[in-house]
Design a binder for this molecule. Sequence first.
Ligand SMILES: [Zn+2]
Length: 476
Amino acid sequence: MVVRLGGYARISLDKDGEELGVERQRMDYMQAAAARPGWLVAEHYVDNDLSAWKRNVKRPEFERLVSDLESGAIDGVITYDLDRFTRQPRELERLVDLYEANPKLVFATIVGDIDLSSSDGRTMARVMVAFANKASADTGRRVARKHRELADNGKNGGGFPAFGWKEDRITVDPTQAALITKAHEDLLAGSRLATIVREWQAKGVQTSRGTGSPISRTAVKTILRNPRLAGFRAVKGQIHYGTDGQPVRGEWEPICAPDRLEAVSAVLDGISDRYKGRTKNGTNAYRYLLTGILRCALCGTRMLPNARSSWSEGSKGSAFTYRCPVVSDGGCGKVARAGEPVDAHVVNLIHEAEGRLSAPPEADKIWTGESRLAEAEQERSELLAAKAAKKISMGTLIALLEPLEAELEELKRDRAAHAVKVAQAANPSLIEEFERLPLERQRAVIMKHVKAVMVSPAGRGARKFNPDLLEVVWAA
Ligand SMILES: [Zn+2]
């Protein structure tokens, strides 16, 4: 009688243990089978680089083997050892069920450690798998602990070097750092993230992983707000706090200051309310210079742009109009104005204003909350230390920590908003540069000076642009 066996081999990723090549495993079980009369290896099953103990890892060849056992396509299994075959108690139980239901099934290992066809063998297998599973889980915990230790000490983790640093993960890469610095400045000056993404794509910028495809918006965003930039050690994109409750500083050269990073994150989070309420649909995309800035002088409603569908290059008149929305949309619908002359007029006014308006006073550049922030952070550290020294209970800690952390949050938000304001004030909006700026930057420059432009009705039949019908409400 011929016993048709399924030979199973597996390589795992475990780089520490001694690796037993698949070929070697196969040779061994072929030899062992040949030594037994009637045994024939009818099919080979090989799983590559797949862990036998992690629950969520599916091993396709293992699954195929189990289903062949079930269907009777094979009469048993031969493998190097039980450890190679399974380390998952759940998987073992599936096999135990099969072997209990069909006592004729054969189970053989080269090292002869286990035989699932006997009741004693099954008990033994359960114990061995339980231990192997625990050993593997311990390894997993050791690896996690190692990662935490690295993070606590501000050491670099594994993986690709972060964008902005050289291969050693310590030294700044000047080209990449310059891209980051410029992007930060542009963002704070009012550029949209989409504009920066397009610029980087046009330059062929790649992440250190370098897939060859254009860099994604998500990747750019992650790069620009990476806590590493300000020298903070991050875990999964979040600043890592040490046992003393303070952010852990990394061993590498920083690319920007912490308050710059905070301001940029605030902008990316949309905390900055520069554009808030400026569009009807709440999006940040502007195609017209003065959307949200022009208001109807009769009812005060923000005027909306309206493209002339019949307009094409060479047509007479303006390509679009700004109009007060109709009554059902919250306006009075009584005022409309050709777009281009209004845009040009307001830009001229801004250029004049650039000349006479002075820069904000120096004192405004200093954020007044710094000492309170340092104090609050000190208080927080002391509380955590007191808890660690068992001087206060967990309940007391939480009670004291909650309001303090709320205050810290508020202070940091305030500092970020202040940094955004300072960066915008410092934004050079020289006249000759204006025309070359992307639309959203032009809008930011305008909004720096102008709160609104009120548009009065032109009267029936008035065709000619009349600047006297525009009244500028200047910002402070
Ligand atoms: Zn109106």
